[in-house]
Design a protein. Structure first.
Lengths: 113, 130
């Protein structure tokens, strides 16, 4: 059973939104990392990672998000998350990372903020 | 209630993590574990298998996921080369839990013990009913 991860990027005003669909673990995390780094290196300063359609994420995925946030801040930018109630929000909460990231419940609420 | 364990042996490769999660969650659901417990089990099994997956693991090594039904609980055992003794390979912030700490947050009875041939077993149990 191959784990699927689909990524697509779009812009909304100052935001660059990365829609993530699938599962994020050791197998798929490198793909997410490469995309995030490329987006930031290409000049995206306000990155919104939309995890609403992610059904599973473990510490490999969390590591990518933490690395992405660090990378964005080093370049004067920021990285926020869209996350609805479910397994992804739970792992963010139990690791304390819900206090580290700005977490929105929808893309719309994030881009309006 | 006790019966033979349900066992899944997989090559210790990242692309098999999803199979390990699916196997464990379907066995847990079959034995009546609550939905939240199944989700926690998916995470714990994924973390445990990741510990035994490349690049740490030698080529051709395997990881075993076994679930054995007991009275009101499923005993879970993940066996592989992962000792949980080295640092995680992902970026971390101060205070962020290691894989084993994360597993123990979900299942406080989780224990790691050496077994044989340089392998380690992570064992914990999950309730099959609330």
């Amino acid at each position: 059973m191959r784990i699927q991860l689909d990524l697509s990027a779009r812009t909304d005003g100052p935001w660059t939104i990365l829609d993530v669909v699938g599962e994020v673990d050791l197998y798929t995390a490198p793909t997410l990392r490469e995309k995030l780094v490329a987006m930031i290196d290409e000049g995206s300063t306000r990155v919104l990672v939309n995890l609403a359609e992610v059904g599973f994420m473990d510490s490999s995925g969390l590591g990518v998000l933490v690395g992405g946030l660090k990378h964005a801040k080093e370049r004067g930018g920021d990285l926020a998350l869209v996350c609805v109630d479910g397994p992804v929000l739970k792992v963010l909460t139990i690791t304390g990372l819900d206090k580290v990231f700005a977490i929105h419940d929808s893309v719309e609420s994030a881009t309006r903020s | 209630v006790s019966s033979a364990p349900f066992v899944c042996d997989l090559p210790a490769e990242p692309q098999n993590l999803g199979t390990a999660r699916t196997f464990a969650s379907r066995v847990a659901a079959h034995f009546g574990c609550a939905d939240d417990t199944v989700l926690d089990l998916r995470l714990a099994v994924s973390e445990a298998c990741t510990e035994s997956v490349a690049p740490r693991s030698p080529s051709e090594s395997t990881v075993r996921v076994a679930l054995e039904p007991g009275v009101d609980r499923l005993r879970v055992e993940v066996t592989g080369v992962g000792s949980f003794e080295g640092p995680d390979d992902s970026p971390k912030r101060v205070g962020e839990p290691t894989r084993l700490e994360l597993i123990r947050t979900l299942f406080p009875d989780a224990q790691v013990a050496p077994v044989k041939d340089g392998l380690f077993a992570l064992r914990f149990s999950v309730p099959t009913r609330d």
